[in-house]
Ligand binder design. Structure first.
Ligand code: HEC
Ligand code: HEC
Length: 347
């Protein structure tokens, strides 16, 4: 992998440099070759077709606190849909007020990411959804208890039957993940000013924002942050040129090395999507940076070995703000009531 990303990085940097050296001034064409707009319709997931019943069930489960041992924490606790799909904290507070080690990434547009989690340890949204429910410091339950909990709520028995009509035992842990995944796939944010620009509306960006876009491509940010999610498509070390201080990169979290066991993956993380980035402070997997200007400057030195001038940082940040799209309009679901025999919350 080390060689893979280095090569890609060098090749793309070279292309950008040549096109700039040749004096080409077609910003829109360059942008179109590196990025694509968020599709207007939610993407279709492999072997997990979305039906209205399944999406509705997934929405209920996303907001369902009874999936946690305390009946107090839902997915939406740490990924608040009205708050950029994140929780605005350095690290989240989970079961029994425990803190995890990493910042909660947004769930918005996460369907477009190459894999899930900062270290990519879950292949897709379905696999991901099983993680937090059974994580002792997040929702604190287990797969078996989560299934028993929902089986004890008649409304869910019914809803799983309707969402998975062909199955003999529709209320399974696997299907909890499937339903949540199809709902999450609807949490996309199309029509950002940058999307309208990519679709050909040259007035969608101001002069300052276009300058920021040109710098973003010209300085090499786009060699890692590209594609539909302006990131989310590859892994890279945090500190390619200059290792950031222990504040942003605490030494104990070795990133993807924990997943692959490979030394070359030490301090390698999934390149985060920059979609809606102005809504999702604090930043980095450590959640230690609050100021987007500071983050952009740190990327310049850590990833590119460039000390960006303050006015260039401002232009890049102005461009990053054009990545804020239309936020999902979600009607809060009515959750089915517990009955006398429904399992109770842990004390
Ligand atoms: C206690 C807070 C907490 C709860 C509850 C929680 N999450 Fe998360 N979520 C996180 C954190 C922290 C991460 C990053 C962990 C890591 O990368 O190691 C994360 C990562 C994710 C990601 C990966 C996004 C990406 O781009 O990599 C998705 C998707 C997600 N969570 C969905 C869910 C769903 C669905 C639920 C409910 C079943 C849920 N989360 C419950 C805190 C939480
Ligand atoms: C070599 C690949 C690479 C390059 C080049 C790069 N980045 Fe990053 N970027 C990353 C990685 C990896 C992270 C995640 C770091 C972490 O938290 O571990 C990141 C994080 C970020 C974040 C924080 C996002 C969040 O939600 O926490 C922003 C903003 C950002 N980069 C912008 C930029 C800008 C602007 C440039 C150009 C000046 C740039 N990046 C260049 C790989 C890169």
């Amino acid at each position: 992998m080390g060689i893979g990303w280095n090569f890609r990085y060098a090749a793309l940097g070279f292309c950008l440099l040549t096109s700039m050296a040749m004096g080409q001034d077609n910003l829109l064409d360059d942008a179109k070759s590196l990025f694509s707009p968020i599709p207007k319709d939610p993407p279709v997931l492999n072997s997990n077709p979305a039906t209205a019943e399944k999406v509705e069930l997934g929405k209920m489960l996303f907001f369902e606190p009874r999936l946690s041992e305390s009946h107090n924490i839902s997915c939406n606790t740490c990924h608040q849909i009205g708050f950029g799909g994140a929780d605005g904290r350095p690290t989240s507070i989970g079961h029994n007020w425990q803190h995890g080690g990493r910042n909660a990434p947004t769930v918005l547009n996460s369907v477009f990411n190459i894999a899930q989690f900062w270290d990519g340890r879950a292949a897709d949204l379905m696999e991901q959804a099983g993680g937090p429910i059974a994580n002792p410091i997040e929702m604190g339950s287990t797969p078996a208890r989560a299934v028993d909990q929902l089986k004890g709520i008649p409304g869910y028995v019914d809803a799983f039957r309707k969402a998975f009509p062909e199955e003999i035992d529709p209320l399974s842990y696997n299907n909890i993940g499937k339903a949540i995944a199809v709902f999450e796939a609807t949490l996309t944010t199309p029509n950002a000013p940058f999307d309208r620009y990519l679709e050909g509306d040259e007035k969608a960006l101001t002069v300052e924002e276009k300058k920021g876009l040109a710098l973003f491509m010209g300085k090499g940010c786009a060699s890692c942050h590209s594609g539909v999610n302006v990131g989310g498509g590859m892994y890279a070390p945090f500190g390619v040129v200059e290792k950031p201080g222990g504040d942003f990169l605490p030494p104990a979290d070795e990133g993807r090395k924990r997943v692959t066991g490979e030394l070359q993956d030490q301090y390698v993380f999934k390149v985060p999507s920059l979609r809606n980035v102005e809504l999702t402070a604090p930043y980095f997997h450590s959640g230690r940076a609050w100021d987007l200007d500071e983050v952009v400057a740190a990327m310049g030195t850590a990833q590119l070995g460039t000390r960006l001038a303050p006015e260039d940082v401002s232009s890049i940040v102005a461009f990053l703000r054009t990545l804020t799209g239309e936020q999902p309009q979600v009607t809060y679901p009515a959750l089915p009531p517990s009955v006398a025999t429904t399992p109770r919350p842990a004390p």
